[in-house]
Design a protein. Structure first.
Length: 87
């Protein structure tokens, strides 16, 4: 998978670009989510926070918010880019 090369910190735009197949679409999505300013280049405060996370940390954070739990309650599946509750 092409996105596997963008798993680390400070790769938010590159990873999303690889996932959606277009840098323009990735930028549009990040602006809509509030992670990029309308200039398409400057990260917002929330964007800087997300950019500082790894793909694993972002997946755990998403799952934790959805289920109102702690990110440490989850394990990460690298193949699906999703976090699941620990058994």
């Amino acid at each position: 998978m092409e996105t596997q090369q963008y798993m680390g910190r400070n790769q938010l735009v590159k990873r999303l670009t690889a996932q959606v197949g277009s840098k323009a679409l990735a930028i549009k999505l990040l602006i809509k989510r509030g992670h990029l300013m309308s200039d398409g280049k400057t990260l917002t405060k929330e964007g800087r926070k997300r950019n500082a996370m790894t793909a694993e940390e972002r997946a755990k954070d998403r799952a934790a918010k959805e289920q109102d739990r702690s990110p440490s309650d989850f394990v990460y599946d690298r193949k699906t880019n999703k976090a699941y509750l620990k058994k």
